[in-house]
Design a binder for this molecule. Structure first.
Ligand SMILES: O=C(O)CCC(=O)C(=O)O
Ligand SMILES: [Fe+2]
Length: 233
């Protein structure tokens, strides 16, 4: 089915189920998406696409490069929506909702329902709860953005605990990724100087994404793989 998947559990046997729809660059086969969430998913995608553009322009300005710099690399052209459903778990101490990871792409925009306190972000050695604030949107910097920003922005390690309460936790994420596999990625040249040499070597998006799908998620990031050890220069 073009661009649509049910995920009943993922490789790490996490305690969630999900529906994944690739929204762009190709339109999904909407007929294959369950009718009950078709319109909502279409509206969600429409609502976040502009927000992604706007956030990325602000983030580029923050780096001191031109605000549409990200367009040169088709940074946001692939969009994947992933709806997560974390059912109540009778033994939450024995499993995890979603294992610790950083998002591999550029940006993630996420909303969650009122069952909060399960999404956590790593702060130093500790985990901090991301409370469910009505109307709030969670934005994650992904590994690719960390690398193209030459470490000015840091991707966020996060996880979801198994759900100990009666009601289900629901979240919807939109992942923004590049689309052109041949494009070469590395820190924006404008950010490189003698004082701040490049922290990452270049790679193609195709190579990057292949590596991502061939590794375990738990606690590891791809950024270390592409990092140059400047202390040895
Ligand atoms: O459900 C959540 O809040 C987080 C989901 C997530 O981190 C992911 O799918 O990458
Ligand atoms: Fe994530």
């Amino acid at each position: 089915m073009n661009g649509f998947k049910y995920l009943f559990h993922n490789n790490n046997n996490c305690a969630f189920m999900g529906v994944k729809v690739r929204m762009a660059p190709m339109e999904p086969a909407w007929d294959a998406v369950p009718e009950m969430c078709r319109a909502a998913l279409r509206d969600w995608d429409k609502a976040v696409v502009g927000l992604g553009d706007e956030l990325m322009s602000i983030l580029c300005e923050g780096l001191g490069v031109k605000s549409d710099k990200w367009k040169e690399l088709s940074c946001l052209d692939t969009r994947v929506s992933l709806c997560h459903y974390y059912p109540p778990c009778p033994e939450p101490d024995l499993t995890i909702g979603l294992t610790a990871h950083t998002d591999p792409g550029v940006l993630t925009i996420l909303v969650q329902n009122e069952v909060g306190g399960l999404l956590q972000v790593k702060c130093g050695e500790d985990w901090a709860d991301v409370e469910a604030v009505p109307g709030a949107i969670v934005v994650n910097i992904g590994d690719l953005l960390q690398m193209i920003s030459n470490d000015e922005y840091k991707s966020v390690m996060h996880r979801v605990l198994a759900n100990p309460v009666e009601g289900a936790r629901v979240s919807i994420a939109e992942f923004f990724n590049p689309s052109v596999r041949e494009n070469r990625y590395g820190p924006f040249p404008e950010l490189i100087s003698d004082e701040k040499p490049t922290v990452y070597r270049e790679f193609t998006y195709g190579e990057y994404i292949r590596r991502f799908f061939n590794k375990e998620l738990d606690g590891k990031t791809l950024t270390n793989f592409y990092r140059i050890d400047n202390t040895k220069a």
